[in-house]
Design a protein around this ligand. Structure first.
Ligand code: TRP
Length: 369
């Protein structure tokens, strides 16, 4: 079945194995996982469950780490709207990496990008959204001494100088081929990958030595960094390593959850909103009647509530029980939904408290010119 994964569009029933081939990434092997476990002392559930499923140059990055050459983390957010649960999953894992490897994180808020790509948003809108979104990031508990969050337009003097160096090595035809841009695209869009590339080497510029970079991301962002990776050696820097995440599936069943693809659960939703959205929209792998379900069981592989629990229930044995009970027919679809609702609302109650508190501490994380 046809599917599309680009930074601008994700749709269809995504075949992740096919994507690995198309993008030319490496599947995460048991051997690489073992190496991570050796340093971290454990494996994050997202690694065990292959929610992060492929990478670029991760073994090289771990070689450097073993030699004492620490990396830094880089990820980002395009502030076009409120933060939803899909975004949080990548950042939770990023926080785990920061804790386990004791490394710095550079977090880019691309208010410039969303201004250039969204017709209905002004620069004031996207800049404001950037700092609202940053509250969700801070709420996850990143280390204020090791975390640097910046909005591109407020860090423009620093960013622009470095983006120019990338832009000089980047042709229109490369951007066209990577993103399918046409002559009608505005020139800001054509330039933009230069800005998204900068954090891959900015710490190296600032600290005056080459530092490896690891980018945790949702797999749709990979095309930007294929370009960056080609250019970095030309500027004398390492290619960034990347670890790629699958999408939190859309509640209704195919593609990724996003506001342009149906129902979205935001980090600021009330318990009632969460409950209603899941009950009403979450695609069920259950059977039409209770009788039939009890007899033949449900299908967790296509059931969104179960799939979401693989992102939000960290306890492996609890997850396995839910899986087995649903498959055997012991657990009904409504009951499975109730488990997810409770899990999410518990998580969100905490998150929302921390998010409000983050208004007080945000300044400790922000860098500007
Ligand atoms: N372009 C990304 C988005 O629209 C935001 C982003 C900037 C990003 N830098 C990044 C995402 C690095 C992942 C990694 O969401």
């Amino acid at each position: 079945m046809a599917f599309t994964v680009t930074p601008w569009e994700v749709s269809g029933d995504i075949d992740y194995n096919k994507l690995i081939k198309e993008f030319g990434t490496e599947p995460l092997s048991e051997k690489t996982l073992k190496r991570i476990e050796k340093v971290a002392g454990e494996l994050h559930p997202y690694l065990k469950r292959k929610i992060f499923f492929c990478h670029r140059d991760l073994n090289w990055l771990l070689d450097e780490y073993d030699k004492g050459n620490k990396f830094f983390l880089y990820t980002g957010r395009g502030p076009s709207e409120k933060v939803h649960l899909g975004h949080l999953t990548v950042w939770r894992f990023t926080k785990w990496l920061q804790d386990k490897f004791g490394v710095e994180l550079y977090f880019q808020l691309t208010d410039d990008e969303k201004f250039l790509f969204k017709n209905d948003l002004t620069l004031e809108d996207t800049n404001k959204l950037a700092y609202e979104n940053a509250l969700d990031i801070v709420a996850l508990g990143f280390d204020p001494k090791k975390t640097f969050i910046f909005a591109n337009t407020d860090y423009g003097k620093t960013m622009y100088k470095q983006a120019l160096r990338v832009a000089k090595k980047l042709t229109f035809s490369t951007v066209k081929a990577a993103f399918g841009f046409k002559d009608e695209n505005n020139v800001g869009q054509i330039f933009f990958t230069s800005m998204q590339s900068v954090p891959c080497f900015l710490p190296s510029v600032q600290k005056g030595k080459n530092i490896p970079c690891l980018i945790p991301l949702a797999v749709d962002q990979d095309p930007h960094f294929r370009i960056t990776r080609d250019i970095m050696p030309k500027l004398g820097y390492y290619k960034p390593a990347i670890i790629h995440q699958r999408f939190l599936p859309a509640l209704e069943g195919t593609g990724k959850m996003s506001s342009s693809n149906g129902i979205t659960i935001y980090t600021t939703d009330t318990p009632k909103e969460v409950k209603n959205k899941i009950n009403k929209y979450a695609f069920s792998g259950g059977k039409d009647t209770v009788e039939e379900h009890r007899k033949t069981g449900g299908n967790p592989d296509i059931d969104t509530s179960y799939q979401w629990l693989t992102f939000f229930e960290d306890d492996d044995s609890k997850l396995k029980n839910i899986h087995d009970d649903y498959k055997s027919g012991k657990l009904l679809s409504g009951e499975l939904k109730a488990i997810l609702i409770e899990k999410l609302n518990f998580f969100l109650a905490e998150h929302q408290k921390k998010r409000e508190y983050a208004r007080k501490t945000l300044d400790k994380f922000i860098i500007k010119d």
